[in-house]
Ligand binder design. Sequence first.
Ligand code: PGA
Length: 250
Amino acid sequence: MKNLIAGNWKMNGTLDGARALIADIVNGLDAYDDVKKKCDILCCPPFLYIPAVRHSLHSVNYVSFGGQDCSAFDNGAHTGDVSAEMLKDSNCEYVIVGHSERRQYQDESDKTVQKKAEQTHKNNMCAIICVGELESQREAGQEQHVVREQILNSLPKASTPENTVVAYEPVWAIGTGKTASPADINEMHNFIRDLLREHYKDGHAIRILYGGSVKPDNAEEILSIENVNGALVGGASLDAKSFIAIAKAA
Ligand code: PGA
């Protein structure tokens, strides 16, 4: 299975900064043919910077781009929303849905996340569906229960390896510098793999990314764990050198 290294730029940077970052990523990867061959590399800029990133990537076939979210609705009276159709129209290939920051700060439920993933599928893009437990839930031993519910209620029934990637991101590891231990990651990714096998078509081949403070110095260890098929990278994706180092580790 090809690893996916996905950068989530979140709400960071400026237009000039986005142009510089994508140029540095493209130029930095240029010499690494094996990385380009063995990894899918994705950048998810803020919506407003997608046209600039698209422009910078027009003749580049080894970096894709996508949205960080999309509307749960087709179109119409949804002020401030961006539809999956608009992202597709802008040549996006992926959409991140159900990131914990949206679940937490925008009160997104599993049902909402599922609708967003369905919109993504309907527009022939791949949904990166995020799941993960809070620290208090892990302390209470509920992490598998929480992740199971999120997966079964957020992934559309028609999820396949072509249209869906699952990202396991323990909420307490995001942006904190804390990562789950390799043993915990291993256990959770095996648990998710079994769930996907049981409930989804070709679930054995749906990629499962790990996310939460992935950095160049821990990437190799994390990416070598069974059933870790890539990484969703926040902070370290804002630095081209770090992002490329993570792709090289994969
Ligand atoms: P982080 O973010 O790498 O900064 O922890 C990961 C994410 O939120 O996807």
